[in-house]
Write a protein of this length. Sequence first.
Length: 343
Amino acid sequence: MEERIQTLLREVQDYKGRGKQAVESFRLKFVSKKGLIGELFEELKKVPGEQKKAVGKVLNELKQAAESKLASLTAESEESESTIPQVDLTLPVSPDIGNLHPLSLTRYRIIEIFERLGFNVADGPEIEDDWHNFSALNFPENHPAREMQDTFFVKKRGDGSDQDILLRTHTSNVQIRLMEKQKPPIRAIMPGRVYRNEAISARAHCFFHQVEGLYVDRNVGFADLKQTLYHFAKEMYGKDIDIRFRPSYFPFTEPSAEIDITCLICKGAGCNVCKYSGWVEIAGSGMVHPNVLRNCNIDPDEFTGFAFGMGIERVTMLKYQINDLRLYSENDVRFLKQFQSLT
């Protein structure tokens, strides 16, 4: 019996199988209750008493060696499988190719239009402090104007911070950072993602994308603002598009105006996107408020400027006649494939 034990011990030590199937075969052959080692333990009962101690010792060594080998094989199998991609590499290659997201297409088009007008592209942080997101933009503390934008706060004042920390509600924070670091002339656009605590609907979402613009120099007037945005709308939507300016209010601009174009989804007849008015707002704009310039150490008696901002989702809705902006973030391949030919 001892010779059989030694023979099995050599088989256990020399076992070279790999993979789940080989590990399971080893377990069934040696370690399971009905395996070879289990059979030897049954035969141990018949061994004479004076030999049982010596045979039992060798048999236990065989059992321990088999269990140790099983643990080693299992670990090797798991490690090798974790490095193998869980993809059937024998499958045929898909003929489909990827394409840009419609929001990316619109963003690149907007950048292209304004770069031709001499605007640079600037960027800034999405987690911002109160000064750059509100106070420097002429939002007084506790002023009702702050309620125009429902804000996601990361950290409130006094909670380990000397001012509120929040997810930016607009990319105007980049305008402030740009004016703090750079003296006029300044001409830049600021594309990026922004966040507002709003109910999600066909026209609104809790996160969306904006492009804001800023031009500060000597003798910049409202006529420059109008001509810039007229040019943008014509380039984006076509020469025949109807455009109108409406007086509005923003704390950081004075005077202020909103820009509307004919709703391209209903062609002016009225739909849920344009609230049945036939017009859709595409941007807010105005002359930079003197207080904003002062907050950035720019003399408003020497320099003037204009600013504007627009939602990329809204521009994309009109350009491609999409009536629900929730489609942008649902990742429905059927929707995204419609823009493949535009990439």
